[in-house]
Ligand binder design. Sequence first.
Ligand code: NAD
Ligand code: SER
Length: 316
Amino acid sequence: MKKVLIIGAGGQIGTELVLKLREMFGNENIIASDLKDECPSLIQDGPYVKMDIMDRAFVRNYIIENKVTEVYLLAALLSATAEKNPDFAWRLNMEGLFTILDLAKEKHLQKVFWPSSIAVFGPTTPRVNTPQYTVMEPTTVYGISKQAGERWCEYYANKFDVDVRSIRYPGLISYKSLPGGGTTDYAVDIFYKAKETQSFTSFLSEDTRLPMMFMDDAIRGTIELMETAKENVKIRSSYKLSGCDITPAELANEIRLHMPDFHIDYAPDFRQAIADSWPDSIDDSEAQEHWGWKPNFDAKSLVKTMLENVQVSAVK
Ligand code: NAD
Ligand code: SER
């Protein structure tokens, strides 16, 4: 019997992951949890528990007492927010992972999902079609925590037979839930501003190319990786996935095909340096070969879907 706990369920990924997992496995089998006092409205149709991943004793008791079988651990500080509070970001991003990996090592959990990021790469990484195995010298606290997390996941898998699975997500673009403090957030904000005022000021320069992905693909890829047979998961650090790579100027050009008066200007801030340290594009052949990954959305279909679905009134 599957009983899944999603920690950090109120965020950009968690909201959509809860909705999809409940559709597939039944509302009562998918427990959402977050720091937030109130369950976010979109995921009120199933169980919710207020939980701080830093409270190791509470998390352990809850998982053991409720016979949880799988955890998706999403609680973290993202790249831009983490740079403002590096000590706390390191603790949050690492301590929660150990709590969950230890529970799996003790066989209280059958499977764990933990997300990594393109932030594991750094300025010395080959930027174009970045391969799985390459130079990784991240320069942000977020990237350092994700790289360390990947090493620990692989270690627990090899030493203790922990079934931990991971994806290095690119920047995720979605309309159901807002992003939570990353460097790629501009690629969501742009759609809200386009619909609200037909203009947008980007905090990244016009030619900053980054790997991006539409949320539907990210959720589908995550569940496909979690549901594939154990022997297909040959990489226990983290799989890179590619969706579409795009610059702010190219995104604006795509939006202009639907909104000819849309205007963009550029005012790069501290996030530019973070973006400059990340790859332009990703080679995801291992995910394709090992468990059949394939993205459905390119830049064109992503922009069209975002413009059709973004609701400005929902975030006011
Ligand atoms: P988010 O910031 O939107 O959501 C994180 C959620 O975690 C929030 O709802 C927050 O309230 C909750 N949270 C924070 N501290 C917590 C704590 N102590 N205990 C319990 N919950 C807590 O983030 P997201 O975009 O949904 O990202 C989820 C994961 O995916 C993170 O690990 C992130 O690094 C990774 N990731 C995201 C992206 C992206 O583009 N969104 C890309 C790469 C990797
Ligand atoms: N979207 C994330 C960020 O910008 C990438 O991990 O932080």
